[in-house]
Each structure stands twice: as C-alpha cells, then as structure tokens.
Design a protein around this ligand. Sequence first.
Ligand code: DX5
Ligand code: ZN
Length: 216
Amino acid sequence: MVKISASILDCNFLHLEEEVCAVLNAGIDALHLDIMDGHFVPNLSFGLPIVRAVHKISSVPIYSHLMVTNPETLIEKFLPYSDYIIFHIEATDKPEFCIDIITAANKKAGVSLNPNTPIEKISFLLDRIDDVLIMSVFPGLGGQKFIPESLNRIKRVRELRTETRTNFTVSVDGGICPANCQAVIEAGADMLIAGSAIFKSNDYTQTVRQLRCLKY
Ligand code: DX5
Ligand code: ZN
C-alpha cells in the first residue's frame, strides 16, 4: 500500500503539538519537514528548533527535506532528529559527500529533483540512496498546483530503478490531493507527501484515507 507523509508546512503553528498528534492519529506513515533557507528557494520556513520539537513527539519516521544551498554544511545538525535527510541535487556540487555524512550516522539518504531537472542527473547516485523525491511543484511554497508532467517523471524514475536494479523508494511532493492521488500512485509512487490537502481539510483521517485511494 502507498505510504502517506504529512508536510507540516501548512499546519497551524500556534498548535504544533496538537496538529502533529492529529495527523499521527489520522494514520500517516511519516512526517515531512520542509526546511527552506531563503536562498535555494525564495522563502524561509523553519529550522532546527521545530524539527527537534516534532522529533520529540513523533511515532513515525521523520523526513527532513532540506531546500537549502550547500546542504553539506547543515546536514549534521539535522541528523539527530531525522530518519531520512533529503537534499536537492541542484543545491550542491558534493552530493556524494552529503550521502557519506548521512550514511555514516546510520541514517537514510534521499535526493530530490526540481521539476525541470533531468532525472538522469542522479543516475550515478542511485545505488547509494534510499529515496528519490520527485518535486511535483517548484519548491518554496505549500498549496501549489500539481504539475501534470510529473507523472512521466515518476514513471521514468521507476524505469531507472528497474534498469539499475536498485531499490530506493519513490516519493512525490507538491500539490498532492484526493483528485490526483490515483494517477500518482498508478505512475509508480511509493510515498505521497501532502501538506495543504491534509491540513486545510476538516477531517484529517478521512483525507489520509482518500489519499491512499482506499474506497472505504
Ligand atoms: C514545497 C514543499 C512541499 C509542499 C507540500 O516546497 O517541499 O513539501 O509544501 O505542500 P502541498 O501538499 O500543499 O503542496
Ligand atoms: Zn517538501
């Protein structure tokens, strides 16, 4: 069954603990923390204090999605509070060093690609990573519209996984909602990341169920 991860970017930060507990109760499989530096992406989001706080109350794996320039300078700080560190291939000229830092701490490494970055750019890393994060919007903001061309990119990364006989998971991030989740799952996603679709809904449990494309 497809996994659902909640991005807290659009939660009510005045009630962070309640919001995290509510999505945990709704049955999510992972938490997705969007760290933005105002440089790699035009916005700032949150950093270590929030990641540390969420880690304290989480019962599911934490994926720290680093939308930061030169992630190799920051990864170490996030490692103690993350199960997966996802960095962007466009943000560093030292991707192998990033993976070294993450795996040396016995944590899982993931690489993310912006919508206009050729999938083949990460071919040489595939046997060393645990997750490929396909961005289905341009990173920097929650609540954007899913870019339909992402479906072909998900299929392509699945093909590459077969061709290279590697076994990373394929995650998809940005604009995921009940209306498109079926197509994203059929394209080959192992994990759907959803922010606004969950946190702007009235019933988190129902929305998480819908995102799994479960009929009842
Ligand atoms: C975009 C972030 C995503 C996104 C998810 O920069 O990486 O995680 O905010 O939020 P929605 O589901 O609202 O697109
Ligand atoms: Zn993200």
